[in-house]
Design a protein around this ligand. Structure first.
Ligand code: SAH
Length: 345
């Protein structure tokens, strides 16, 4: 971690850093609030600091902020997709979704992704780099300021594998839930992973009641391998053991994501197999009609069959919902907007 990236520093670290500039501890608190609660984008907005101090801060801690390149508003619902430019000119995407319970922002955790899931647009160019804690935070901060809407929920479900950027993820989560920052409740945060067992176990030990979602997408390892290269590395039983461990440690209900792909994972027999795989777990299954991307020829399971799949799970007393396809008209599938921007430029 770069100690000069001021927005990635905890309050304690900021106190230390400012001591070197001869500043008292209460200044650190003021600056932390400007950054993480008032969400300023320029030191000159810190009006209770002297001009001299603002200049010193600019010199010592150049502020990392995201610049909005584009935003797309869905016509079907109130989903807004944002494209942001990072300081090194790379672009990432984030999504604002309005629900009856509040406003949820879906953020990216990496620029690109190296996990290689077959149906996912984010992985096509591979991983370019990890995002810094400040860059994860700023997606939320910018959206809250640009939209004027208070963000109450965050899902780490955009481009990237959060557990492939573990240390930055944890720092980001601690800052996001900091009482003098945006102060989000850990219960309103969901981390989605393709399933890396040792990281799931480490995450269980962090003492944060965050909802964990596992991208399952298959009822067994054979089918999973066809869709997700990560299944070659870790057997499904190892992933499930780690996931169960997460529940034991945190008591948080587990979420499974299951993208339905025609002819691959959508048969009745798969629904039955899935039911026995997760039987007895306190869990919820999200069935997601796969969002076709032009680089691959996967097709969505038709809705009647998805409904039938759902009925089978329900007969086995499993909580299940079919995810609404929010913002499908604005390329809302993982990585699609970024990919089309990069193809053009
Ligand atoms: N790497 C993490 C988080 C990012 S992906 C993970 O794997 O969970 C977020 C979710 O969207 C995952 O469940 C992923 O499998 C799914 N996804 C990605 N592309 C999709 C597509 N084209 N259609 C449906 N679901 C997709």
């Amino acid at each position: 971690m770069n100690n000069l990236d001021i927005k990635s520093l905890s309050l304690e670290e900021l106190k230390e850093a400012l001591k070197k500039l001869g500043q008292p501890a209460y200044r650190a608190k003021q600056i932390f609030e400007w950054l993480h609660s008032k969400l300023i984008t320029d030191y000159d907005e810190m009006t209770n600091l002297s001009k001299k101090l603002r200049e010193d801060l600019k010199e010592t801690f150049p502020l990392i902020t995201l610049e909005k390149v584009d935003s797309l508003h869905s016509e079907n619902d109130e989903t807004v997709k944002f494209l942001f430019r990072l300081m090194d000119n790379r672009v990432i995407e984030s999504v604002l979704m309005k629900y009856h319970y509040g406003n949820s922002v879906c953020i990216s955790s990496q620029v690109g992704c190296r996990m290689g899931c077959k149906f996912c647009a984010s992985t096509i160019g591979g991983k370019e780099r990890d995002l810094l804690p400040s860059e994860m935070l700023d997606q939320i901060y910018r959206i809250q300021r640009l939209s004027g809407e208070r963000v109450s929920h965050v899902v780490i479900m955009g481009t990237g594998e959060p557990f492939d950027n573990y240390d930055n993820l944890m720092r980001f989560l601690r800052l996001l839930t900091d009482p003098i920052g945006l102060n989000l409740s850990a219960r309103n945060i969901t981390v989605s992973t393709c399933g890396i067992p040792d990281r799931i176990r480490a995450f269980a030990e962090e003492g944060m009641p965050i909802t964990l979602a596992l991208s399952l997408h298959a009822p067994n390892n054979e089918i999973r391998k066809k869709l997700m290269p990560v299944a070659m590395q870790y057997d499904l039983s190892e992933v499930m053991d780690a996931f169960r461990y997460y529940y034991e440690k945190t008591g948080r209900r587990l979420t499974f994501e299951y993208s339905m792909v025609e002819g691959i994972n959508d048969e009745e027999a798969h629904a039955k197999e899935l039911s026995s795989l997760i039987k007895g777990l306190n869990c919820h299954v999200n069935l997601i009609p796969v969002n076709p991307i032009k680089e691959r020829n996967f097709r969505q399971t038709e809705s009647r069959r998805i409904q039938n799949f759902k009925n089978i799970l329900e007969k086995n007393r499993i909580n299940v919902t079919i995810r609404r396809e929010m913002g499908a008209d604005i390329n809302a599938a993982c990585g699609q907007l970024r990919k089309s921007y990069m193809d053009k430029n």
